[in-house]
Ligand binder design. Structure first.
Ligand SMILES: O=C(O)c1ccccc1NCC(=O)[C@H](O)[C@H](O)COP(=O)(O)O
Length: 215
């Protein structure tokens, strides 16, 4: 099966069209105000209207309230809610129950202990995403999208009852190795296909997607 690719942090027409043209399977829209990739509701609405059928629209949310989710969903027809904060098992279940959309829970990884509490989430989330843990010392570190990778060997040979994506510090020069070591069937990239934080590169999107899919 061909590797699935999610391009996260779509915030311009150019990035949207490049990702679609390249063959991305998922497009991520960041609703986290402190992010350089943040999109307003109006921007996200205009962008998501242009998404081709079959490509999943993913909303990246960080510890948001039901009211905030409701406000987003009244304007933007998302397919998947990516929960990138510290959402508990109960909170993930509640979001799934309340909104009835696919939920992708993010787990931040730095060592094998970070996999210990994942199994119960198989009951409440539809998908998992593994991203690097934000470094404690890094000034202005975001909850994700920091261009940092973790040891992909931690994923090797592991399996869950939910599909999962590999994320964190992926780019054109390491994607092949990341896929080989981790065994991922789906990958998520943001910083690695940018010219600078928040500015996507069409050339990198195209190259990354082709490399990920040509394994
Ligand atoms: O991208 C952001 O600005 C961001 C802000 C807050 C939480 C998560 C964020 N990004 C996560 C992602 O873009 C991806 O899902 C992924 O983790 C890859 O990030 P990167 O290391 O930049 O490729």
């Amino acid at each position: 099966m061909q590797t699935e690719v999610k391009i996260c942090g779509i915030n311009s027409n150019e990035a949207l069209h490049s990702a679609q043209q390249a063959g991305a399977d998922y497009l991520g829209f960041v609703f986290f105000p402190k992010s350089p990739r943040h999109v307003s509701l109006d921007q996200a609405s205009a962008l998501t209207r242009q998404v081709k059928p079959g490509i999943k629209k993913v909303g990246l949310l960080v510890d948001v309230s039901d009211d905030e989710i409701r406000q987003i969903l009244t304007q933007i027809p998302l397919d998947i809610l990516q929960l990138h904060g510290e959402e508990s098992l109960e909170r993930v279940a509640e979001i799934k129950r309340t909104f009835g959309l696919e939920v992708m829970k993010v787990f931040k990884v730095s060592d094998k202990k970070d996999f210990e509490n994942i199994t119960p989430f198989e009951e409440v989330a539809d998908r998992f995403l593994f991203d690097a843990k934000p470094p404690k010392g890094l000034k202005n570190a975001l909850p994700g999208g920091n261009a940092i990778s973790f040891d992909w060997r931690l994923l090797s040979g592991r399996s869950w009852r939910r599909p999962w994506m590999l994320a964190g510090g992926l780019h054109c020069d390491n994607i092949k190795e990341a896929l080989k070591i981790s065994g991922a069937q789906a990958v998520d990239v943001s910083s690695g296909v940018e010219e600078s934080p928040g500015v996507k590169s069409s050339e990198k999107i195209e190259r990354f997607t082709a490399l990920a899919k040509r394994v």
